[in-house]
Design a protein. Structure first.
Length: 289
């Protein structure tokens, strides 16, 4: 019984230790899986960001190409307008000379009309050049802005791409460690189950012995109670018998004095007769005298 009880205590301690080691392995596996998931999630997040940023770079490149084409077109138009302006200014100088050396009023008037037309054309060209230069400046600002944006995104992609190998290494390492802890957890679980079964088996036997012991103790207690009850009943019976005997004796003792009194009365009645007989003796004695 004592050896079984000690074995139960030992198995309980062993089970507690096995459970503790199992929980430790579970915790380690959980932490390792968490690191692996974070690394995997980080890689996927970086891949998604890089993909999105590459799309942004592609869109920005398209915009830059379009803006650059617009700028080049405007610059060509400005160059053409400036070339025309130069020619118009030269024509104005020539027309002014022709007006100065006109031979008749009709020729002068014709040259003056030509000069006014040339001046109007020059003003239009100047306005056109200014407008196109203003548009070109705005497009150039856009090109600069988009170029900076593209450069920033490209730099970000490069930086994120550099962090991928580290995350891949962490994920691979965590995966290997996780596999190790999976095996450790399986081993600890088997040890816990084995100890649990052994404890259940021994505890069952121990409980059976305890039940038998309790039944035996109960039986002994019941027997003791019955003996005590019997003893008490016997004692009570003896006391009752003794009491009855004592009562009988007392009654007998009470009856005895009555017989004595009757005997005394009889003796008292007889005694006077004897006395009378005794009285006769003196008379005899007198006759003797």
């Amino acid at each position: 019984m004592e050896s079984l009880e000690k074995l139960v205590i030992q198995l309980r301690q062993k089970k507690q230790e096995a459970t503790k080691l199992k929980k430790k392995a579970e915790k380690q596996l959980k932490e390792t899986r968490s690191i692996e998931r974070r690394s995997s999630s980080g890689l996927n997040s970086i891949d998604r960001k890089i993909e999105s940023e590459r799309e942004d770079v592609s869109d920005t490149s398209d915009i830059l190409t379009r803006k650059t084409s617009q700028l080049e077109s405007i610059e060509r138009l400005v160059a053409v307008a400036e070339d025309r302006l130069t020619r118009e200014k030269e024509a104005i100088e020539q027309t002014e000379q022709e007006i100065e050396f006109s031979e008749n009023p009709e020729e002068k008037e014709e040259n003056e009309a030509k000069l006014r037309s040339l001046n109007d054309s020059v003003q239009e060209l100047i306005a056109e050049i200014k407008s196109r230069q203003k548009t070109a400046k705005k497009i150039l600002d856009d090109v600069t802005q988009y170029s900076n944006f593209k450069s920033k995104i490209t730099s970000k992609i490069q930086k994120q791409s550099k962090s991928k190998p580290s995350l891949r290494e962490t994920m691979a390492k965590s995966h290997k460690v996780a596999e190790k802890f999976v095996k450790e957890l399986e081993r600890r679980t088997r040890a816990e189950d084995s100890t649990k079964k052994a404890l259940e088996k021994v505890s069952g036997k121990f409980q059976e012995l305890l039940t038998k012991k309790r039944k035996a103790a109960k039986k002994a207690a019941d027997t003791k109670k019955r003996k005590a009850a019997k003893k008490a009943a016997d004692t009570k019976k003896r006391k009752a018998a003794k009491k009855a005997a004592d009562t009988k004796k007392r009654k007998a003792a009470k009856k005895r004095p009555t017989k004595k009194k009757a005997a005394k009365k009889k003796a008292a009645k007889k005694r006077p007769t004897k006395k009378k007989a005794a009285k006769k003796r003196p008379t005899k004695k007198k006759s003797r005298r």
